[in-house]
Design a protein around this ligand. Structure first.
Ligand SMILES: [Zn+2]
Length: 213
């Protein structure tokens, strides 16, 4: 009797210990699966979203390829980069025709910048103001999101030097014109240029009436 009682007690203790162990083992699991996700999911995202681009609805983090940031080595024939694919179709067609001809001269048209989102343009303007020290000086180089022909998809900054040189000599035949004296890389489509040559250039964007909107 005493032995069986002891055995029973031992068994009960073992069972109880197992239950406790099981509970203890489960409790953290249960609490981690039910209560921890909200804090861990909520904690990183509000600061990230609220930080530099709080004003940009539905977009988090710094500008990326979807904003028109261009990875190294992208040419006018790229079909996957927004900076290229979101250019005005007429401009892109002219660029590709010119680039095809330039390839015979072993010249490649790289895209340093093309279409840009308003958010990306605004960041470039903020950086230019910081770099040049004033909004007036920055305006010589970077337009606002409202006035920039890049945001409209109407402008491309061509690299590298050989391509810009090729366009300076042959671009007009394709309707591709340099617009500003201070930006030998910046080209836009001017359909009349094929027959009448490119219009007179502005010294810099501050002379461009389109910048005064
Ligand atoms: Zn440009």
């Amino acid at each position: 009797m005493i032995r069986t009682r002891r055995l029973t007690v031992v068994c009960l203790v073992v069972v109880a210990a197992a239950l406790v162990a099981a509970l203890v083992h489960r409790l953290p699991k249960a609490s981690s699966s039910s209560s921890s996700p909200p804090p861990s999911a909520a904690a990183p995202s509000p600061p990230r979203g609220a930080a530099p681009h709080a004003s940009r609805s539905g977009h988090r983090g710094p500008p990326d390829a979807d904003d028109g940031v261009v990875p190294d080595g992208v040419t006018v024939f790229d079909d996957a980069t927004a900076a290229v694919t979101k250019l005005d179709p007429g401009l892109l067609t002219a660029l590709r025709r010119a680039a095809t001809a330039a390839a015979d001269d072993r010249v490649t048209f790289f895209v340093n910048s093309g279409w840009r989102s308003p958010a990306y343009q605004n960041q470039l303007l903020r950086e230019a103001v910081a770099e040049y020290g004033s909004e007036d000086e920055a305006a010589r180089w970077v337009a606002t999101a409202v006035t920039s022909p890049h945001v409209a998809g109407d402008a491309v900054d061509i690299g590298r030097t050989a391509a810009a040189d090729w366009l300076a000599r042959h671009g007009a035949a394709y309707g591709l014109c340099r617009i500003y004296d201070n930006e030998p890389w910046h080209y836009e489509l001017r359909g009349d240029a094929r027959d009448h040559g490119c219009p007179q250039r502005y010294a810099d964007p501050t002379e461009d009436p389109r910048m005064r909107r």
